[in-house]
Write a protein that binds this ligand. Structure first.
Ligand code: ATP
Ligand code: MG
Length: 140
């Protein structure tokens, strides 16, 4: 296994309920190091650009509305196998299907308001990290 980086977003449902620290504690307990982090309010254009791959999906408009409904925390996580490990800690997209002890099982409100985003491949992680951070922002 190699040390990887992945892009994580703490979504508006979680920041609204003051769960940033609780989510970060789960990430750190799983061996993921937060090597960059910023709290921002996404514009509609920024949300649409980030989720462009989902543009044709029926949930796209609702997803972009949700992601701009409040602050998000964008972060770069670093660790062994970070992409897969973060996906494990987050749990399944639908909290009703997420395993016990995962972020989405314990914190998510719905399949849309599911508290966290994590890149789904190393290639996408590189693209998503570059969407929000420059190399100088990341301190490993
Ligand atoms: P993410 O990309 O946010 O880490 P994911 O990879 O588990 O989540 P995707 O299939 O990439 O899931 O969907 C992106 C996001 O779109 C989901 O996290 C969720 O917020 C929303 N979403 C996915 N499916 C649905 C759906 N059926 N109804 C409403 N929202 C959905
Ligand atoms: Mg995804």
């Amino acid at each position: 296994m190699a040390v990887e980086r992945t892009l994580s977003i703490i979504k508006p449902d979680a920041t609204r309920r003051n769960l940033t620290g609780a989510v970060n504690a789960r990430l750190e307990a799983a061996g993921l190091r937060i090597v960059a982090q910023r709290r921002i309010r996404l514009t509609r254009a920024q949300a649409e650009g980030f989720y462009a791959v989902h543009r044709a999906r029926p949930f796209f408009d609702g997803l972009c509305a949700f992601m701009t409904s409040g602050p998000v925390v964008v972060q770069v996580l670093e660790g062994e196998n970070a992409v897969a490990r973060n996906r494990e800690v987050m749990g399944a997209t639908d909290p009703a299907k997420a395993a016990p002890g995962t972020i989405r099982k314990d914190f998510a409100e719905s399949i849309e308001a599911n508290s966290a985003h994590g890149s789904d491949s190393a290639d996408n992680a590189a693209v998503e990290i570059a969407y929000f951070f420059s190399g100088l922002d990341i301190v490993g």
